[in-house]
Design a protein around this ligand. Structure first.
Ligand SMILES: CC(C)=CCC/C(C)=C/CC/C(C)=C/CC/C(C)=C/CC/C(C)=C/CC/C(C)=C/CC/C(C)=C/COP(=O)(O)OP(=O)(O)O
Ligand SMILES: O=P(O)(O)OC[C@@H](O)CO
Ligand SMILES: [Mg+2]
Length: 228
């Protein structure tokens, strides 16, 4: 399924983490809509290429979520580019992007590239710490970022990121109410089918990450829960 607007469930695999061939096969054949390859730290060209090669044995769409310039490589179906809307440093909103477009502009296929407006809400996650994200936000702050993503920047994706911690379904519901065109991704702390189903009531697309490495059966159960 190559229309990202139809994706309801995706697995995010971290190139810096080990996964056996058996588990990878089960993840790729689970019925999930796509695999996102991405992580905050330890992402190298070598481990990205290794994971890409292994995922490519299956027909599931495969996305590179870019976290640094060194690990960008051809071969993915799509490239997702995060910009952290609630970062206190322009580096994570525009500067790295400027450097990258300066370097890759001539070879960029814009049809494969999707911008993600991140709002990172879990204070202690690696992505929040790296990007100096302001996580002390009121509901209305988050809603304002969502509106900016859609109406000011025309971003295709607004990503509510609670990486490592289960978020507030009420907030996801509230954000969904103000988005008409921009697709709402929710990711963070989903460990059970029940949680996946709950977030899928409000988010357009649910992202399941770390539980793949902790409890493969629970991870796989999230697919059916979201798609039912
Ligand atoms: C040759 C070729 C194929 C060219 C392709 C052209 C192309 C696609 C060029 C890219 C152009 C471009 C504009 C690139 C952007 C460059 C860049 C480095 C932007 C900054 C991205 C950014 C804000 C990164 C910060 C970290 C972040 C938000 C990462 C996202 C992933 C994430 C949140 C993972 C979760 O990690 P976490 O849970 O914290 O970690 P653990 O699970 O390990 O605890
Ligand atoms: O790893 P978890 O906590 O499931 O989060 C998924 C994803 O949103 C991380 O970027
Ligand atoms: Mg992770």
């Amino acid at each position: 399924m190559y229309d990202i607007r139809e994706w309801r469930h995706v697995f995010k695999l971290d190139p810096n983490k080990e996964i056996s061939d058996e588990h990878l096969e089960r993840v790729c054949e689970s019925g999930t809509d796509a695999i996102i390859v991405g992580g905050t730290d330890g992402v190298t060209l070598e481990n990205v290429l290794e994971l890409l090669g292994r995922v490519r044995r299956f027909s599931v769409p495969c996305v590179l979520e870019i976290s640094n310039l060194e690990s960008i490589t051809p071969g993915f179906d799509f490239y997702f580019i995060p910009m952290v809307l609630n970062s206190r440093e322009t580096k994570w909103i525009i500067d790295l992007h400027h450097d990258a477009v300066k370097q890759f502009g001539d070879v960029m296929n814009w049809d494969e590239i999707w911008m993600e407006g991140y709002c990172i809400l879990h204070k202690h996650c690696k992505a929040a710490m790296l990007t100096a994200a302001d996580t002390e936000l009121e509901e209305e702050d988050v809603v304002a970022y969502a509106r900016m993503a859609e109406h000011m920047y025309h971003l295709p994706i607004f990503y509510l990121e609670y990486s490592g911690s289960y978020g507030d379904p009420g907030l996801v519901q509230r954000v969904k109410q103000v988005l008409m065109k921009t697709q709402l991704f929710y990711g963070g702390g989903i460990k059970t089918a029940k949680q996946a189903k709950e977030m899928a009531k409000y988010a357009d697309t649910v992202v399941v990450g770390n539980i793949v490495y902790e409890d493969i059966e629970q991870a796989l159960a999230t697919v059916k829960a979201v798609k039912q």
